[in-house]
Design a protein around this ligand. Structure first.
Ligand code: AHR
Length: 490
């Protein structure tokens, strides 16, 4: 029997931790969220089956419009009448600008989320950035703000969260920049847009991942230059296949996320101390997921809505995905924004056919659990389970996070042990009442959902006992358990 003891902490899980990301690329927008001819399309052409699946996630934020796309995006193309069709250089597609700023905002209203707007710091100038923010957030009567009114939006959009570019360290980025140049440009934009709207919070671009050669020197340079002017620094992490092809090594990758967060957290802390600053900068993991294949139809270029990055996630991916969710929650002291990349069709939990069916990938379910239950105050979990060795890496079989909020206790458990099941006893506080959710996900590692078999890998009920002070359950080998308990008075 493995005992898990959950202790109270002062750490609050950010309300912005379970956000997502929609880029103007692939079939994310055209054929994904927007499909005029679809049987469920509403009066504006938005698919209502997709709206329901997104709304169920209660996403606080959706990052938009990129990603790599944003570094070549002229926002003026995407508002008003007579919109131009442009080359999307990042993904070699055509962008008709049918869905632009106003339309995406309207869609976000329908799904109940805020837009986290990204600024073009590639081809875009500082002037373009300032005009975009003035257009979106200024409540007075400047020519640009009145243009917004003319285009149908009287009140400002009031976007609070802004990304200062995207992956500017990457050579693939349109107008990639050295750290010093980027930092100076980003600092000025951040400084000036906060004059336009003092409520704005900005995210400085960190490295596009811990595997890029300029990491972590990039973080040190950009923070040195811009620390007092920004509120978050971004982290991006996608897990791929591992060179040795072993399942244990694949799952062990979440340890990299822990190291990545700790490294950036420490650089932020050192910078703050060196600058003797009173200001806090937090971490924004504003792109994270598993991305194994780039199955682009590479012979189809310069079309509006062709396939890009349509990864199909199997159950093994789902275990690692759940490990990422656990890790993110457990680092809630410094990680305050998260955006799952992406949301529909492009490396996404929600998949659609043009004009046809939709299915939810297995990764949708642990994400949905996080979005709706991993909130409130973090509980730190003490437990001891058999250690798994994968090359140099060692990690516990069980990987657990827990929290408490006003109405419930919630816990997400991953058993990364591919062969051993465990009996578990969870010590629960006096105020824990009846078990509300006790579900598990378990499938063959290669199992996937599809349009023809959409419910092959979904959560199922798990037997568990609630006794005085403890909940007991058996967690199968290679599985995910989601548990909530109602909270009452002492
Ligand atoms: O999410 C897909 C791409 O991954 C984004 O456009 C980019 O920022 C990252 O490299």
């Amino acid at each position: 029997m493995i005992k898990i003891k959950a202790n109270a902490t002062q750490v609050e899980i950010s309300d912005l931790l379970w956000g997502s990301f929609v880029e103007q690329m692939g079939r994310a927008i055209y054929g994904g969220i927007y499909d005029e001819g679809h049987p469920t399309a509403d009066e504006n052409g938005y698919r209502q089956d997709v709206i329901s699946a997104v709304r169920a996630l209660n996403l606080p934020l959706i990052r938009y419009p990129g990603g790599n796309f944003v570094s070549g995006f002229d926002w003026k193309d995407s508002v008003g009448e007579n919109r131009p069709v442009r080359m999307n250089l990042a993904w070699q597609q055509l962008e008709p600008n049918t869905i632009g700023l106003h339309e995406f905002y309207d869609w976000c209203e329908k799904v109940g989320s805020e837009v986290m707007m990204a600024i073009n710091l590639g081809t875009g100038t500082i002037k373009d950035a300032l005009e975009l923010v003035e257009y979106c957030n200024f409540g007075g009567h400047s020519t640009i703000a009145d243009e917004r009114r003319k285009n149908g939006k009287d009140d400002p959009f009031g976007f609070k969260y802004w990304c200062l570019g995207n992956e500017m360290d990457g050579i693939w980025q349109i107008c990639n920049l050295p750290a010093e140049e980027y930092a100076r440009k980003a600092r000025e934009v951040s400084k000036l847009i906060k004059i336009i709207d003092p409520e704005i919070k900005t995210t400085l671009v960190g490295s596009s991942g811990p595997y890029i050669p300029t990491y972590p020197a990039w973080e040190k340079t950009v923070l040195e230059e811009a620390y007092d002017f920004v509120d978050y620094i971004s982290l991006h992490l996608y897990y791929s296949v591992t060179p040795d092809g072993k399942d244990e090594s694949f799952l062990a990758q979440y340890k990299d996320l822990e190291r990545y967060i700790e490294t950036v957290r420490d650089i932020v802390k050192e910078t703050k101390e060196r600058k003797k600053s009173n200001h806090d900068v937090y971490l924004a993991l504003d792109e994270w997921n598993i991305w194994k294949t780039s199955n682009d139809s590479s012979d189809t270029k310069w079309l509006v809505s062709d396939v890009r990055l349509e990864n199909v996630y199997d159950f093994r991916d789902t275990l690692l995905f759940a490990d990422m969710v656990v890790t993110m929650t457990n680092y809630s002291d410094c990680l305050k924004i998260g955006c799952l990349a992406q949301l529909v069709n492009v490396i996404a939990p929600i998949m659609t056919e043009n004009g046809g069916r939709m299915f939810l990938q297995p990764t949708y379910y642990p994400f949905e659990f996080a979005c709706n239950h991993l909130k409130g105050n973090l509980l730190s979990c003490e437990y001891d389970s058999p250690v798994i060795t994968a090359g140099e890496e060692k990690y516990q079989s069980l990987h657990v996070t827990a929290c408490e909020n006003r109405s419930e206790y919630a816990m997400l458990l991953v058993n990364n042990n591919l062969t051993e099941e465990f009996d578990i006893s969870l010590e629960v506080p006096e105020t824990a009442r009846k078990v509300k959710i006790c579900k598990f996900m378990k499938a063959a590692l290669a199992d996937v959902n599809s349009f023809d078999e959409p419910e092959k890998v979904i959560p199922k009920e798990l037997a568990c006992q609630k006794e005085e002070g403890a909940v007991t359950l058996r967690i199968p080998a290679a599985s995910i358990v989601m548990l909530t308990l109602e909270k009452g008075d002492k």
